[in-house]
Design a protein around this ligand. Structure first.
Ligand code: HEM
Length: 580
């Protein structure tokens, strides 16, 4: 019997070894490719610049100040789930506007979709800018100087939201109406004085409405006046400068986040702190960001301490002496916290952070929406006249000088339709982002058609660690969801629409503007009342016409208006105003 010689075994073994190795290598490579590019089958935009291609991937296109058309285009061109190609700085991400997927991410399976590390990346920024310990601080954690509702998740978020939601019930908000009117009439007087000598005078309505929004959130929100209508008010200038710069500055820090990760882990901590301090010096945005946060924090601390002192000295009754008679939101929160048993109490830092959450949440979003609203009715004189008539008819039923109350304002169909359409089509927040903590399958309303083999899938496997961008403004304008005229401003669509008609899971008339789920905006009722009430006061006393130059709305964390060709003058909304 002849056996296989050593020399004949060797090539066979070698071939078997090579074949096995090749099979394992191919399979591993496929797995690696799949793990690197698991979304290669999903259509999506190609990064628009060479830098974007090689380093930042989708980040530049997503965050660019001129990115609004890019966002609106994503679902129209690529579908309601789109792949965002990563660069060297990061993996691929997903851009989602699909109703069923949004419902899963924000509501049904929200436990697996906390805010993403890009958001949490601000932990790193915080450590760099503030040289603190390894404290978990997120974007809003930095802006609000602590962990309030906007920056915490899970059980802690649930606990804080209980306090927050109790402040914003329709019943409570309706009781703030007199405070809102007090500020709205101050604005009316100031504007009358400014335009009385010249009909059609050009006024920067953004400035006026920012003052009004800060004063409303000041008095009704935190029981504090910034004397916002006094041109010489230093309190207003300092706080207003800080609050209006902090969000645009924050949006400029996004692109450096991938670099900051390595800094955060640097040991020893003293070296990191020293580098952080030195690092912010040549970096103007970081320096200004730090100064803005430092300007706001003492206001909250002083207010908090004053309320605590009152409670300690005179109990709850003493709060009646505060600017808003103890009825403002944060005084109610401090009082509820004071009355709570030890296990449910929030720390001083948490209450302070929530003052920041309320002031921030309630300021720029409403003031820029109101300013935008005025540009729309300035362009559409017919709509302006119809709205004024509706308001005059309602006022005619009241005693002379008496304002419309909360319920009466709520019941004006045209005003309601216009505000709804404004909120749908000009959502101040363009997108939010999340990151999966495990592999999750979500259902889809609109199937994905693979660009590799044309196959359709009705479910989406989102791999652990994927950054998921939820395109709120884009979903609000999707033609598949809202019809072929989705991009047009058409208030009439709300006059005939039945509740629940939209496929989207948004908390307000099925639009995504105020989000939904655990992180839904708690200030929705407050914001809608504020907008309707201020518009009612302005429309009854003034008429508005447009200036000839277009105003461009650029994307920051909220939207920022610039007059075309005069961008360097900063954010403004000039409108021609005539007293009636
Ligand atoms: C037109 C006006 C407004 C819009 C469009 C708006 C929109 C939003 C959105 C989209 C979020 C979720 C953000 C995220 O998860 O990343 C949010 C959160 C929040 N908003 Fe508003 N908001 C508005 C007005 C207000 C007002 C007036 C207040 C307070 C008086 C307020 C307070 C808050 C707070 C505290 C949060 C954080 C909630 C949490 O994380 O649990 N917002 N808002």
């Amino acid at each position: 019997m002849t056996g296989l010689s050593t020399s004949s075994i060797s090539p066979l073994l070698t071939a078997a070894f090579v074949a096995t190795f090749a099979a394992i290598a191919t399979s591993s490579f496929r797995k690696w490719m799949k793990s690197k590019k698991p979304y290669a089958y999903i259509p999506g935009p190609t990064p628009s610049t060479v830098v974007a291609h090689s380093y930042a991937g989708y980040l530049l296109d997503l965050h660019s100040p001129d990115a609004l058309p890019w966002h609106f285009n994503v679902p129209e061109e690529y579908g309601h789930v789109a792949r965002l190609k990563g660069g060297l700085a990061g993996a691929d991400a997903l851009y989602i506007t699909d109703p069923a997927a949004l419902n899963a991410i924000l509501i049904r399976q929200q436990a697996w979709f906390p805010e993403s590390t890009e958001f949490a990346g601000y932990e790193e920024t915080y450590v760099l800018l503030y040289s603190e310990s390894d404290a978990v601080q997120r974007l809003f954690g930095i802006i609000h100087c602590g962990d309030g509702v906007a920056s915490v998740q899970g059980l802690e978020h649930k606990k804080q939201r209980k306090y927050m939601d109790a402040l914003f019930t329709a019943n409570r908000v309706s009781k703030l109406t007199p405070m809102f009117y007090q500020v709205a009439h101050q604005l009316e007087d100031k504007l009358k004085a400014a335009v009385s000598d010249t009909p059609g005078k050009v006024v920067d309505m953004l400035d006026c409405l920012t003052r009004a929004a800060l004063e409303i959130i000041g008095t009704a929100g935190i029981g504090h006046t910034f004397n916002s209508f006094d041109d010489k008010s230093e309190a207003f200038d300092e706080f207003h400068g800080a609050i209006t710069s902090v969000l645009p500055l924050a949006s400029r820090l996004f692109l450096v986040l991938p670099f900051l990760e390595s800094w955060r882990k640097m040991k020893p901590v003293w070296l990191r702190r020293t580098l952080a301090y030195v690092g912010t010096l040549p970096w103007p945005s970081a320096r200004k960001f730090r100064a803005a946060v430092d300007a706001m924090h003492p206001v909250y601390v002083n207010l908090y301490k004053a309320r605590q002192r009152m409670l300690e000295e005179g109990g709850s009754a003493a709060l009646a002496d505060t600017a808003a008679g103890g009825k403002d939101l944060i005084t109610s929160m401090i009082q509820a916290n004071w009355d709570a048993d030890e296990t449910h109490k929030m720390s001083e830092d948490t209450v302070l952070a929530n003052m920041g959450s309320i002031v921030h949440g309630g300021q720029e979003t409403t003031s820029s929406s109101l300013a935008r609203f005025l540009t729309i009715i300035a362009e559409d004189q017919d709509l302006q006249v119809r709205l004024r008539e509706e308001l005059r008819d309602a006022k005619a039923k009241k005693a002379p000088g008496e304002d419309l109350d909360y319920t009466e304002l709520e019941k004006l169909p045209l005003l309601d339709a216009v505000v709804r359409e404004m909120m749908r089509i000009y959502s101040p927040v363009t997108f939010v982002w999340r990151q999966t903590t495990k592999d999750v399958v979500v259902p889809l309303t609109y199937p994905i058609r693979s660009i590799m083999n044309g196959e359709e899938t009705k479910e989406l496997l989102i791999h652990q660690g994927t950054a998921v961008y939820l395109g709120m403004s884009a979903a609000n304008r999707s033609t598949a969801i809202w019809g072929a005229d989705a991009a047009q401003f058409k208030p009439e669509r709300w006059l005939n629409r039945t509740q629940g008609e939209s496929k989207l899971p948004g908390a307000y008339s099925g639009m995504m503007t105020f989000l939904s789920g655990a992180k839904v905006c708690p200030g929705k009722t407050f914001a809608l009342l504020e907008m309707k009430l201020v518009l009612a006061v302005l429309l009854l006393s003034f008429s508005f016409e447009p200036i000839p130059t277009p105003i461009d709305w650029r994307m920051g964390i909220t939207l920022e208006p610039r007059v075309r060709g005069r961008e360097k003058e900063g954010a403004q909304v000039p409108v021609r105003v005539t007293a009636l």
